[in-house]
Ligand binder design. Structure first.
Ligand SMILES: NC(=O)c1ccc[n+]([C@@H]2O[C@H](COP(=O)([O-])OP(=O)(O)OC[C@H]3O[C@@H](n4cnc5c(N)ncnc54)[C@H](OP(=O)(O)O)[C@@H]3O)[C@@H](O)[C@H]2O)c1
Length: 218
């Protein structure tokens, strides 16, 4: 598939770009700076070529990346996600849009869920997307560091939600191409606050216990 990542130069994007490139998907790394996106794209191409993979990765401005793709990942910090999407308005029509966005605040060493006034980052993003775009909430609980270690399998569950069944099926298939990840569909987009709220708990546990926990339902 053609997949773009807005803010694709950042942490959570790295593992997604590398792992989906291994599976032959065409990747469009978006950025506020075309030059920065091209630099990161070149770095990932080099890394994958060393593994004998010929990736299709391109770097460009966020709006151009969104325009080229069937699936758009919003890999942007929470406070800038909505404005970045608004800046790409002409490029987002009926694509599948995936939000891993979580808004957290820190009190000492503890992270707490800090949703925007709309109730969740997913709802905030829903409100700036055209109605024709199909929003799926996913990947909030995946740790970027482990995701980027492409030789290691991640034995985690990925809880997703959204209002369009076909789009969730696409995201499920893309996710389960990454070995050992299992997708659990938790229902409509209104479930997103509960999924998002798990992330600060995981981050706090990882800081306190120096671990790399994620989520696995047993
Ligand atoms: N890190 C994790 O482990 C993790 C796990 C699950 C979910 N998430 C979620 O994924 C999203 C991205 O997280 P991340 O850790 O990948 O973030 P990040 O590395 O801090 O930032 C991602 C990208 O966002 C862009 N950006 C930064 N400031 C911006 C601004 N003012 N306006 C527009 N774009 C800006 C930057 O790209 P350019 O400079 O190239 O424009 C940056 O490379 C967040 O919403 C986070 O809650 C993260």
């Amino acid at each position: 598939m053609r997949i773009s990542l807005l803010g694709g130069t950042g942490d959570i994007a790295e593992g997604l770009v590398l792992r989906w490139s291994q599976k032959g998907h065409e990747i469009f790394i978006g950025s506020r700076s075309q030059e920065k996106a091209e630099g990161i794209a070149a770095e990932y191409i080099e890394k994958l070529k060393e593994l004998g993979i010929e990736p299709k990765i391109h770097g460009m401005a966020n709006a151009d990346a969104a325009k080229h793709s069937e699936v758009i990942i919003i890999s942007i910090p929470p406070e800038y996600a909505a404005s970045t999407i608004e800046g790409c308005a002409d490029s987002i029509t009926d694509q599948i849009v995936v939000t891993p966005v979580v808004s957290m605040k820190k009190e000492g060493k503890t992270f707490l869920y800090d949703p925007p006034s709309q109730g969740s980052s997913a709802e905030e993003i829903r409100q700036v997307l055209p109605e024709t775009a199909k929003l799926v909430s996913a990947y909030h609980n995946l740790p970027a560091k482990e995701l980027a270690l492409i030789h290691e399998d991640m034995d985690y569950d990925v809880v997703i939600c959204g209002d369009d069944e076909d789009s969730k099926e696409v995201v499920k298939n893309l996710t389960e191409e990454m070995k050992n990840l299992r997708v659990l569909d938790a229902g409509p987009l209104s479930v997103s606050p509960m999924i998002e709220a798990i992330t600060p708990l995981i981050v706090s546990l990882n800081v306190r216990l120096k671990n790399h926990f994620s989520v696995k339902f047993v």
